[in-house]
Design a protein around this ligand. Structure first.
Ligand code: SF4
Length: 479
């Protein structure tokens, strides 16, 4: 395992965020790798938008996504109909387990032994590779970054650049150990070696699995954005293609795709356009030279419909997975993606994951933010991430009263002692006599006030009670 690897998949305790963050902060390699990569991405993004009216473009992106979400149930029905008309088989999965079983059944029906995968965060959410492995089906990642983290036995540490936590030396060492490639600093050579190894796997794979960036309801078209060509090969070379996507990826019309694509590529990698943009409209037709014999789509819910039911949290589903919020987040850029222990790290992970794993498991996520607002400012579809983080913080301590129990595990952070203190506080505030007595007593005995208040005073000075109450001061002034 490389020096920067912080864990192996399937054994991650999500609750161990704080010790992992401490370790990452004291690991110069991690900080150096992330800092360098994120600085580069921020600069590229900025220059990619030069000459564009960014705010107008962001408004356009936000409106497209809001419009799609406003009609989500109808659009999904329309999408299903159009996909079916195009000869694509549609499957619905309530959660990751069901989605995995659907993929397995399709593979078994074809007697498939090998699956080649394009990059897909939803399949990470489902832990599809691990599941297929248990079923005796080999799943090989074809995206170079995903291939590297798979070889290392790790999970992606960024949603668009899975191996960003590794530098060239570490990647060279890994490829040398696992595949026998010569040690080299030459990125071209390392890439070419990996390509050679993958090419053979492509030719022999029984099934190709990919993600989806946009699913167009109007035409039943699946759009896939990528840079390496592996997405195109995954979707065309194997005789069977399975696209796995979250239900929120649907957009009404083809023309919506161009606006979102312009925002996605610039926000993600600072590119005006990616090298490949695939549009899949169905299986191979008679007379066509390439393409799969059968195409399936698995539409995965996995907690999304519960997010959809809350008018405020619904904004989370606007996300087009560009990763810009991570690149600009002062927390993510210092601790790295593995620290979060979740499929989606950084600001988007902190607002999305509590819905997928529950606030009891992910109670630290909404607080893994300085609330500086950078994530909200760069988000191409204007998701108010800081507001959603605050909302989830509220839910984690007092879900019932403020927002009747919308997020699973709400109130998990509310300790019995804290609850009792706030109860006493509100009782006292409702009774002027008790309030006066209480504040008088607190002022008299303020010397007994503790200087340390748990973790709160680790980096702060405890506030001191005033020697006189407000009422006493006003009385002295004759008011
Ligand atoms: S929340 Fe916004 S900035 Fe972050 S990944 Fe999603 S679309 Fe990109």
């Amino acid at each position: 395992m490389s020096e920067t690897a912080e864990h192996s998949p399937h054994h991650i305790d999500v609750k161990e965020f704080h010790p992992r963050a401490q370790a990452a902060i004291h690991n110069p390699k991690i900080r150096q790798n992330f800092r360098k990569a994120m600085d580069g991405l921020m600069t590229k993004r900025k220059s990619a938008f030069e000459g564009w009216d960014l705010e107008t473009l962001r408004d356009l992106g936000a409106n497209i996504r809001l419009g799609a979400l406003a009609n989500l149930p109808d659009l999904l029905e329309q999408l299903e109909q159009k996909l079916t008309d195009n000869g694509i088989k549609v499957h619905w999965a309530i959660d990751g387990d069901e989605a995995c079983r659907i993929v397995r059944d399709i593979c078994k029906a074809r007697d498939a032994k090998t699956v080649i995968k394009g990059k897909s965060m939803v399949s990470e959410e489902m832990e599809l590779n691990h599941y297929l492995d248990e079923q005796g089906i080999e799943a090989l990642e074809s995206d170079l970054g995903e291939y590297i983290v798979q070889l290392a036995g790790e999970t992606p540490s960024h949603i668009i650049m899975p191996a960003i936590h590794k530098n060239t030396d570490e990647i060279s060492q890994l490829l040398h150990e696992k595949t026998g490639t010569d040690l080299s600093h030459d990125v071209e050579y390392l890439t070419a070696s990996a390509r050679l190894q993958l090419r053979e796997k492509f030719m022999n794979a029984d099934v190709g699995v990919s993600g989806v960036n946009f699913a167009v309801a109007e035409t039943g078209t699946l759009c896939l954005v990528e840079n390496e060509g592996n997405g195109r090969m995954t979707t065309t070379v194997p005789p069977c293609h399975i696209a796995v996507t979250g239900i929120e990826k649907v957009v009404p019309n083809l023309e919506d795709v161009s606006g979102l694509l312009a925002l996605l590529t610039r926000s993600a990698t600072g590119q005006h356009i990616t090298t490949y943009f695939n549009m899949i409209s169905g299986p191979r037709k008679p007379g066509e030279l390439d393409g799969p014999e059968e195409v399936h789509v698995v539409l995965v819910d996995n907690g999304r419909s519960s997010i959809y039911q809350d008018d405020e949290l619904l904004d989370t589903l606007r996300c087009i997975r560009c990763g810009a919020c991570m690149n600009h987040c002062p927390v993510y850029t210092r601790v790295g993606g593995h620290t979060y222990g979740t499929t989606y790290p950084g600001p988007i992970g902190s607002i999305l994951m509590p819905h997928l794993i529950g606030l009891d498991e992910g109670q630290h996520l909404p607080t893994a933010s300085s609330l500086c607002g950078a994530c909200g400012e760069v988000c191409p579809v204007k998701i108010p991430i800081p507001d959603l983080l605050v909302r989830l913080r509220q839910e984690s301590v007092d879900g019932d009263k403020l927002h009747p129990a919308k997020v699973r595990g709400h109130g998990a952070k509310r300790g019995a002692m804290e609850a009792m203190i706030w109860k006493g506080w509100s009782w006292m505030h409702a009774r002027p006599g008790a309030y006066r007595f209480g504040t008088n007593m607190a002022a008299r005995f303020r010397k007994l006030q503790p200087g340390q208040i748990g973790g709160w005073t680790q980096y702060r000075t405890a506030p001191k009670l005033a020697p006189k109450t407000l009422h006493e001061r006003l009385k002295e002034r004759g008011q």
